[in-house]
Design a protein around this ligand. Structure first.
Ligand code: AMP
Length: 203
């Protein structure tokens, strides 16, 4: 069992974020759950890797060559896979992972977890996606998705697909009980000037 962990390349202003990242990584390592992540030595990413490695956990980094210097590749990983592009990084991480988790992070973290979430929506994988909601960090984002769902643009099944947890134990329990949502057919195209060809799927 190995999880893709996405989190900030910065540490953030609240020391609680790094504490939570370390606690999460320690708990995973103690349960024998490996980590695949972006490979950096800095920020919350680095805190995750350091904590898991210091407990004997497996930590695999996947990093594009261009970022090896800029984000400082972690020198002590179980394995560092150097790839060519960010797309290869995400594909490599996804292939190695049995599930995806976002810890607090910035735009890169968002981009990565949303790809995992949207690929789940499309049925391109059937692996759990989760958010570690440290001190409500992700609540405004999840509320934005709920509001999009209320507007009829995100199916409730996909809105509710991620596991939202406060700590590693809750997240792993949620992943163990998780079932992939059913794939939904896209709405049929409506011929010009007419209503839908078939009743629209219920939202
Ligand atoms: P951030 O959450 O912005 O601190 O970024 C966290 C990590 O995401 C960093 O290692 C970034 O290199 C990585 N990242 C940012 N954008 C992308 C992307 N489009 N694809 C893959 N990784 C990314």
């Amino acid at each position: 069992m190995r999880l893709a962990v996405y989190t900030g390349a910065s540490r953030g202003s609240d020391p609680q974020l790094a504490d939570a990242a370390r606690d999460f990584a320690t708990a995973l390592a103690r349960r024998g759950v490996g980590i695949v992540y972006g490979g950096g030595h800095v920020g919350l990413m680095g805190a995750v890797a350091d904590a898991a490695l210091s407990c004997g956990g497996e930590v695999v980094g996947v990093m594009p060559q261009a970022l090896v210097d800029r984000e400082a590749a972690h020198p002590g990983l179980t394995e560092l896979r150097v790839v060519r592009t960010l797309h290869e990084r995400k594909a490599g991480m996804a292939a190695l992972a049995d599930g995806f988790v976002a810890l607090p992070g910035g735009l890169g973290t968002l981009e990565e977890i949303f790809e995992a979430w949207t690929w789940l929506q499309l049925g391109l994988h059937a692996k759990p996606v989760g958010f570690l909601n440290v001190d409500g960090y992700w609540t405004p984002l999840l509320e934005a998705v709920a509001s999009m769902s209320a507007a009829g643009l995100v199916h409730p099944e996909h809105r509710d697909a991620p596991v939202v947890a406060r700590d590693a134990a809750e997240l792993l329990d949620g992943f163990a009980a998780w079932r992939a949502p059913h794939r939904r057919r896209p709405d049929p195209p409506a011929p010009a000037g007419e209503g839908p060809a078939r009743p629209a799927p219920r939202m």
